[in-house]
Design a protein around this ligand. Structure first.
Ligand SMILES: [Zn+2]
Length: 466
């Protein structure tokens, strides 16, 4: 991973190698500007040579992949910095549901109020708060990275498949060609059309294969209307039998598959409002925005033999011939929020239990700050580094990599970085990650399920990590 470098007047310069950053710090020519993402500030320079840097995004429902790459002239891109931004949409949804329940009870018990639940009008382009949060946090990181690196262009995966070319593939006669870009677009189209499940047994969340309804060996075509998705078992079971023969005992299912095969997918199903909202916001940054399809991302990834993670998906978005330096540690960023407005805790029956203080900051610290506590003696002797949870009494808890250390006095704490609403962790290189298969191991024909990449418990420790 490269280190961000800014000039003495905070102009973004080209990121440098960690060894170079250490040298600059040792010589006293630079100071640490920020811990996460690690940034140094040069004391003696304002300017430097800049090369084109592209920020690439793969927006996901739970995790967004971010990749900064340096663009060379021959279509080669060098990965400079990779990150995975974990959203908190579900936490927001839960909190709003709780708030709604409190408000209902408060407003309904005491007196009669006229019904007002239906008197609000939503503005054009309104997104639910949990979805808007995804756009907002992503834009926060786009702005933040533009302050740390001289970004000259943006790339975003906008749609799952090429809506222009695939507008009406059933009628336009687009054919499935395994391994080609068109083949990948067709796969994404089929995933959307067949709702990411096996058409014959309905199983979900397992690798699916493209299956010819009329087998190729019996003259079936590669036309999209002759294709469906099946799990490996069903595909093997069906072999080169005719579908009418294969599903002879399931007439309902046979009818459903045949009917669905003939109906083209309306492209509305492929349009994701959050992705489009993000695209609109990216256009406002006055940087050129390249958009690409999920089919192309997958094609690039398989062609270049790169494993699937959120950040590597981001790095594979759009036009590229070669990607270098992608096997590096990744910065995990988790949206942690900035605390709660609720000023009381509740018992399990919903009765209030005590009240919280109005001020968020105690003894100069705030919950979420990154601190270093040095305790000279006693049971908790040692150095503790992590996110702090403050109490008005000045006795703090610190969430370290090895668990929570309770009751550390504020006098022992020194600030490393102020809370910014995110938790950080460094995830190891791909080779050392157990949750990621290698690109070579992926079957060329099987379509992996769309799942969120699950980290091992060690990678899920969010407070602070090296
Ligand atoms: Zn099946």
């Amino acid at each position: 991973m490269r280190i961000f470098v800014i000039g003495s007047h905070r102009e973004p310069l080209m990121p440098c190698h960690p060894a170079r950053a250490r040298e600059l710090l040792r010589e006293g020519r630079a100071v640490v500007h920020r811990r996460y993402p690690f940034t140094i500030r040069l004391k003696d320079r304002e300017d430097g040579i800049r090369q084109p840097i592209r920020l690439k995004l793969d927006p996901g429902s739970r995790t967004t992949g971010l990749a900064l790459v340096r663009e060379a002239a021959n279509g080669t891109q060098h990965a400079l910095w990779l990150a995975e931004l974990e959203h908190r949409g579900s936490a927001i949804r839960e909190r709003l549901a709780t708030r709604r329940a409190f408000r209902r009870r408060r407003r309904s018990t005491l007196r009669h109020r006229p019904a007002r639940f239906n008197n609000r009008r939503r503005p054009e382009g309104w997104l639910a708060p949990s979805l808007r949060h995804r756009v907002d946090t992503t834009m926060t990181w786009v702005a933040r990275l533009r302050r740390l690196a001289p970004v000259t262009g943006l790339s975003q995966e906008l749609v799952r498949f090429d809506t222009q070319a695939m507008q009406n593939p059933e009628i336009a006669g687009v054919e499935y060609q395994q391994g080609t870009l068109a083949g990948y677009e067709v796969r994404e189209y089929l995933l959307e059309k067949w709702s990411r499940q096996c058409a014959y047994c309905g199983k979900k969340n397992l690798p699916l294969e493209v299956d010819h309804i009329d087998p190729k060996s019996r003259g079936g075509s590669d036309r999209v209307s002759n294709l469906t998705l099946a799990c490996h078992e069903c595909n093997q079971d069906k072999g080169n039998r005719d579908i009418r023969e294969f599903l002879a005992n399931h007439p309902d299912r046979l009818m459903a598959v045949l009917a669905k095969a003939q109906t083209p997918l309306h492209d509305a199903a492929a349009i994701n409002s959050t992705r489009w909202a993000l695209f609109e916001r990216l256009k406002d940054t006055d940087l050129p925005v390249e958009t690409a399809t999920g089919g192309r991302t997958k094609w690039n990834r398989n062609r270049l033999n790169i494993p699937k993670t959120h950040c590597l998906d981001a790095a594979c978005v759009g036009d590229l011939d070669r990607l270098l330096g992608w096997n590096v540690p990744v910065l995990g960023v988790k949206a942690a929020g900035r605390g709660s407005y609720q000023r009381t805790r509740l018992m399990k029956d919903g009765f209030p239990r005590g009240y919280l203080t109005r001020s968020k900051r105690h003894c100069g610290f705030q919950t979420g700050d990154l601190v270093r506590a040095s305790v000279p003696r006693g049971k908790k002797a040692g150095i503790h580094i992590g996110r702090v949870a403050v109490r008005a009494s000045g006795s703090f808890n610190i969430q370290t990599l090895h668990g929570v250390v309770q009751g550390i006095s504020h006098r022992r704490c020194s600030l490393i970085q102020r809370a910014d609403g995110y938790g950080y962790a460094i995830k190891p290189k791909i080779a050392e990650r157990k949750d990621v298969g290698t690109g070579a191991a992926c079957s060329r024909r099987a379509i992996p399920p769309r799942h969120e990449c699950q980290g091992s418990p060690a990678q899920k420790r969010w407070s602070l990590g090296q």
